[in-house]
Design a protein around this ligand. Structure first.
Ligand code: GLN
Length: 543
């Protein structure tokens, strides 16, 4: 683990653990807290500790773990880092996500090198020391360091993380560490009341591990009555003011910072740390939330992909649409369409009423022909089209087949032949192991002046994040260009085609990178903003 040396700031640590069950929105709560503290003028960073043994989520199926979020420095990370970046409004890196797999990998490698000098290597202290050095990697660099521990308290997997939390409490003391615990308070219909027992048990388990929560964030469907909060406070040994109810939001998760602010979370935290409470500036954020809640317009966008049963697989894309929608004062209704169900015969009826189509990223050949058939229809019928990574590659294949007349055009990912307009990059051909070996992270790209993308970005040099093995095959570049495919974004050395578009179409753009990973709340991403504008124009045309 590389050490970042700095002792400028008197860093304070805020741990966030989860109880009762998963999917309560611990990541959103953590991200919201990071925003609140930032808007009070502090420097803030936020870290996720994941208890699984995979080194990173890069090798996991999206159904297992949702989207893989890629950072500028090419780390494949948990999708919560996407929330953090979207709320905090800045880029994080590989030091913001650590897994059990990485921790053990490091300790075992050290053991093989003889680092432990004859000692028995154990969970305590060796694994916990490694975890603590990762938690403290930003020490002195930020005013607040938020640490979200993945999983639910009581899981076997997360124990070493909780033990490290206990040790850090002991080492740094109450002036520098506080513990937030997020639980669930269910409403039991037959009893007609909210039940506190699951929260009591969860806190009890946490205390058995030696961690005493300072603040309880109680998730619930509706507002929690004062008496119920008093009961939780008494049974869980937390002061009453520090039991905060966080009911489900009606409109948008971007409202959570406002809810936590209204409940006084920042004041509670400052009181615990014995700090003065600075002014909290949430005006811009609140305007952004209000635009989401009360938009003027509405468009329908189809998202074609293969992981349509699980929206988390396209998390950043869905969020990018919310950001771009808010900037365009528009509600963006997303319909997920499984490309396996699409064919030349049914594409027209399935895309009826749609004002724009995004063909998403993916791996493997399932559903590819459905994507290609729909892109043909979209291109010929002037429907705004946005292809991301695999979506861009499918657009190139479609163009090669139906405009250039290369009828066997394909990607070598799906069929190796003499017409692989999409092919493995040379350095990828030598690679044999799967984890962390794709083209990953941010790369520069130079845009062609006067192209659609240059108009959207309003600049010619951009940086975008990648995660793929295949590229447009340069042997076919001239032929594609001669038939009208515009290569509107290239790597600075001109060797890699990063963006394609076509002329005489309202908006047809394919990008080899993942713009959705850089879309932030409030500001959005230029390509998504421009695509939604095109969809709004399409809607006007239809009506
Ligand atoms: N499977 C394609 C590749 O590896 C596209 C990957 C993606 O969409 N992220 O190049």
């Amino acid at each position: 683990m590389q050490k970042i040396q700095n002792t400028d700031k008197d860093s304070r640590y805020i741990f966030i653990t989860g109880g009762v069950l998963s999917s309560l929105g611990k990541g959103i709560a953590s991200a919201s807290l990071s925003l609140i503290l930032k808007q009070m003028g502090y420097s803030v960073t936020i870290m996720k500790l994941d208890p699984y043994i995979n080194v990173d989520p890069g090798t996991m199926n999206p159904y297992q773990h949702g989207e893989v979020f890629v950072t500028d420095d090419g780390a494949e990370t948990d999708l919560d880092l996407g929330h953090y970046e979207r709320y905090l409004g800045r880029s994080l890196n590989k030091n913001n996500n650590h897994t059990t797999g990485q921790v053990y990998f490091e300790v075992i490698s050290k053991e093989r090198r003889g680092h432990y000098l004859g000692k028995t290597v154990q969970v305590i202290p060796h694994i916990t020391d490694e975890i603590k050095s990762r938690i403290k990697i930003f020490h002195g660099l930020y005013d607040f360091i938020i640490i979200e521990i993945g999983g639910t308290v009581g899981d076997i997997e997360s124990l070493p993380f909780l033990e490290s939390q206990r040790q850090i409490n002991l080492e740094l003391g109450w002036r520098h560490v506080i513990n937030l615990h997020l639980t669930y308070v269910p409403y039991i219909k037959s009893a007609g009341e909210m039940k506190t027992k699951p929260t009591q048990h969860s806190v009890k388990t946490l205390m058995e591990y030696g961690v005493k929560p300072d603040v309880l964030l109680c998730r619930s469907e509706t507002k929690i009555l004062k008496e119920v909060r008093q009961k939780i406070a008494l049974f869980c040994s937390v002061d009453e003011n520090s039991v905060i109810d966080v009911p489900d939001v009606e409109h948008t998760i971007y409202e959570v910072p406002n809810i936590l602010a209204k409940r006084g979370l920042a004041e509670i935290i400052h009181k615990k740390f014995d700090m003065k409470v600075p002014h909290l500036e949430l005006e811009t954020w609140t305007k952004f939330v209000n635009r989401i809640k009360h938009p003027k317009y509405e468009v329908n966008i189809a998202l074609i992909g293969k992981y349509t049963q699980y929206r988390d697989a396209y998390k950043s894309i869905l969020e990018a649409f919310i950001h771009a929608g808010s900037i365009n004062n528009t509600r963006v209704n997303i319909e997920l369409i499984n490309s396996e169900n699409l064919s030349e015969e049914n594409v027209e009826s399935l895309l009826n009423g749609v004002h724009g189509v995004l063909v998403g990223p993916g791996f493997g050949n399932r559903g590819i022909e459905g994507k290609i058939a729909s892109i043909k229809y979209i291109r010929e019928n002037n429907i705004p089209f946005f292809g991301i990574c695999l979506g861009m590659q499918c657009a190139v294949i479609e163009f090669a087949r139906n405009v250039c007349g290369i009828k066997d055009a394909n990607s070598s990912e799906f069929e190796k032949n003499d017409f692989n307009v999409i092919d493995l990059m040379d350095e990828q051909k030598k690679i044999t192991s799967k984890g962390g070996t794709m083209r990953l992270g941010a790369y520069p790209c130079t845009l062609k002046a006067d192209s659609k993308v240059a108009n959207a970005y309003m600049e010619l040099n951009i940086f975008e994040r990648h995660r793929h093995r295949y590229e447009l095959n340069n042997n076919f570049r001239e032929q594609l260009e001669n038939s009208g495919l515009v290569m509107s974004g290239l790597s600075p050395d001109g060797k890699l085609v990063e963006i394609i578009e076509i002329k005489n179409h309202p908006w047809f753009v394919g990008v080899q990178f993942h713009p959705e990973l850089k879309s932030r709340a409030v500001t959005g991403h230029p390509l998504f903003i421009s695509f939604i504008k095109a969809a709004l124009n399409k809607q006007k045309d239809i009506n």
